[in-house]
Design a protein around this ligand. Sequence first.
Ligand SMILES: [Zn+2]
Ligand SMILES: [Zn+2]
Length: 401
Amino acid sequence: MIQTEREQELLTAGKALEASLVAVRRELHRHPELSLKEARTAALVAERLTELGLPVQTNVGGYGVVAELAGGRPGPTVALRADMDALPIEEETGLPFASEHPGVMHACGHDAHTAMLLGAAELLTARRDELAGTVRFLFQAAEEVNAGAKGMIADGALEGVSEIYGLHNLPTLAAGKVATRYGSLMGSVDRIELTLEGKGGHGAIPDQSIDPVVSASAIVMALQTAASREISPFDPVVVTIGSLRAGEANNVIPHRAELTGTVRTFSPRVQAGMKERLERIVTETAAAYRCHADFRYIEQNPVLVSHDLCVQHVEETADRLLGAENRVEAAPTMAGEDFAVYLTQIPGAFFWLGSGPEENAEQAYGLHHPKFDVNETCLPTGASLLAAIAASRLEALGGRN
Ligand SMILES: [Zn+2]
Ligand SMILES: [Zn+2]
């Protein structure tokens, strides 16, 4: 009961920050920066955290920023993470604070995530005496290119951290709501690259050539059997060839064909077998057509698997803060998220925070759309929820340490 009262106070205090969170989000929205180029965003974040009196570390895993808040009572460390990068998309929202950088847009709402985590830092700093441990704030760069989380970990951002929590806004869920899921939430992401080498020649004399176009066509079709014939229908898999380049002229058999693709799975076990499976299909099909295959399988993101106890903690906190009627079960998605990398190192949970209109949210423009927008009332909700998750989890963990 005392916990509930304290958290309701956190919710009220979050609402009082709404105008300043909106201002931060709009400032970031006007000046979106692509992955690996988040210098200005990182500087703004570092400045705000320094104003709160927190020790700040910059250039962590690229332009990542880490701040630490030591509570008034001893205890473990819990991390909260937001991402900061934007996408190579031309904004079409027509908003007064739309992107001022041509061809770059915060179309995934990482501007909102950054504003929320700054809000959580402010809320928790004002209550530091009550905290039973330390909260580490991770402002991560380069999420959209699957590089930031790995970089943060390599630079020690998880050292001494017991658990990590993060959220992603969801425009097709009404603001004020939360969606959670036990186990796998988002798919693994791997990249494939293939170069086929044949023997170029005259389009009218195929017998004197080795045709990489025919070989590439056979490979694209054969790759689909990896999902349909080799893996249980109860295990989702996607193999998409997104680019296929070969030849210039209609009457010339080209020397070479180049293909790239993406592979998604929903279980670490299935992901682990994909490299061998696809390599076998590609090289042996290529050989059947007398082509030489140079195949590269690049692992990018693991499946995002939240830990059960941590999901339960998010659900209980969300229910106390927002009401159980505002929590729904998240649908699984094959989209990837590099928060998954943290979860291979330490326990934690990732969840969706509604950022859509109050009505007909399911019709809102989705993530990565040039008209994507955020219902800014979700900013204080996210800030308060992240703060409550960290504070109450430290309390619970502290009892065990
Ligand atoms: Zn994205
Ligand atoms: Zn995102």
